[in-house]
Ligand binder design. Structure first.
Ligand SMILES: Cc1ncc(C[n+]2csc(CCOP(=O)(O)OP(=O)(O)O)c2C)c(N)n1
Ligand SMILES: [Mg+2]
Length: 397
């Protein structure tokens, strides 16, 4: 007699026939599944229905965005920025994210997404303040409805969910759009944010820019999932796979997801397939882990060139339009250069404010030490000030 055949055993044959009703799937996963191939509009028959006004608006922002990236990269090389994570090649994602939102909505960017903030209307100098190292953040997040650029991977995602959920509880029709990289999807915060968002049906859109790498780690070493968009299904939200270099496709998918969230339809996970044309930052040498040939393949799928083909087919890519667009971008870059080349006036003592509500004893000691050094320097006693700064050994070059 086997265990299952014993009289009174709960492990009888009928209990093995299938799980009890509560175990049955509650949602049909089929509509949540992403397409097998990234969604595209440019170069397809569907491009014909696109509004010319939208295309020229996207183009103007892409060209401006490319110039912004080049200028910020140059400023990093000149030492005016401590670091710059360029979004060159990813401009369609950045611009579409900004344009898909209404003024009342919130953007939660990562360190790579200063361009999204700028395309949303933020002053480029304010967007770059953190990367220059002058101040904790260069703008008032509440005024612009842009959360501070987030360096710890994926921590912006639960923040976005919390804000969106709170807004919904208050009856505000606000949507939060949170941006994260492919590497960020391996963080616990990614899982927690998506799970809470789906359970609460929070009005959030998660935009994953899959640019192929997390610094030197390629996507294949990051995940075994069929795609990052497939992860959505496990949480119970739709996943969309989009060509991240197709600006109108990105704009359409993001706009739909924002509208869905606003009408109470819950969150969406969007994976934008794109490529990081530059190194991770100016501190990285990408030639050590990827080939020039791979980069060239992606340059042939450039977001600006893709859009230019559609504009040319409509006779919209006139010399006047291209010239005016480039002039506008050059003007922005010149203004950014000029203002970033002016030394910022900062009070070093500000380092200690706005970090802790109550300073720790170590911070109080460090603040006192810095105050003494600054006072000594002001009084012309720089040698004395150096003497208070730890050991003489450390002070040597
Ligand atoms: C919690 C955390 N772990 C590690 C890092 C170090 N780090 C900075 S950027 C990065 C790679 C992130 O790659 P991805 O999410 O794909 O974004 P991308 O830089 O490609 O835009 C890592 C590991 C960090 N900033 N935060
Ligand atoms: Mg990445």
């Amino acid at each position: 007699m086997t265990v299952l055949e014993q009289p009174g055993s709960s492990r009888n044959k009928s209990s093995l026939a299938g799980p009890p009703p509560a175990w049955q799937p509650r949602v049909d996963p089929t509509p949540l599944l992403p397409d097998a191939e990234p969604y595209r509009l440019l170069g397809t028959d569907a491009a014909a229905r696109l509004d010319s006004g939208l295309l020229t608006r996207l183009y103007t922002q892409l060209v401006r965005g490319r110039r912004y990236n080049a200028q910020a990269t140059a400023l990093a090389r000149q030492g005016r920025l401590a670091v710059y994570p360029s979004s060159t090649g990813q401009e369609a994602c950045e611009v579409a994210a900004a344009l898909a939102l209404e003024d009342r909505d919130w953007l939660f960017p990562s360190y790579r997404d200063t361009l999204a903030a700028v395309a949303r209307g933020l002053d480029p100098v304010q967007a770059l303040t953190l990367l220059r190292g002058d101040w904790h953040n260069g703008y008032d997040p509440h005024e612009h409805r842009i959360a501070p650029l987030c360096t710890p991977l994926a921590t912006q995602l639960p923040h976005a969910v919390g804000l969106a959920h709170a807004a919904r509880l208050k009856g505000d029709e606000v949507v939060a759009l949170a941006m994260v990289g492919d590497g960020g999807t391996s963080e616990g915060d990614f899982h927690e944010a998506l799970n809470f968002a789906a359970v609460w049906q929070a009005p959030v859109v998660f935009l994953v820019q899959n640019n192929g790498f997390a610094i030197s780690v390629p996507l294949a070493k990051q995940t075994a999932a069929p795609s990052l968009a497939h992860k959505a299904v496990g949480y119970g939200m739709p996943g969309r796979l989009v060509d991240g270099n197709d600006a109108p496709a990105m704009h359409e998918v993001l706009t739909e997801a924002v509208a869905r969230a606003r009408r109470g339809g819950g969150p969406t996970l969007i994976e934008a397939v794109t490529y990081r044309i530059e190194a991770h930052t100016n501190a990285d040498d990408a030639t050590r882990y990827r080939s020039d040939a791979e980069v060239e393949t992606w340059k042939a799928h450039d977001p600006i060139a893709l859009l230019e083909r559609e504009l040319a087919a409509r006779d919209l890519l006139t010399d006047d339009f291209v010239g005016a667009t480039r002039d506008g971008a050059e003007h922005m870059a010149a203004d950014l250069r000029e203002r970033m080349n002016a030394d910022p006036e900062v009070d070093p003592m500000d380092l200690f404010t706005h970090v802790f509500a109550e300073q720790t004893s170590q911070l109080r000691a460090q603040a006192a030490q810095l105050r003494a050094e600054l006072d000594a320097e002001a009084a012309g006693h720089t040698e004395d000030a150096a003497g208070t700064n730890g050991s003489a050994e450390e002070a040597r070059p």
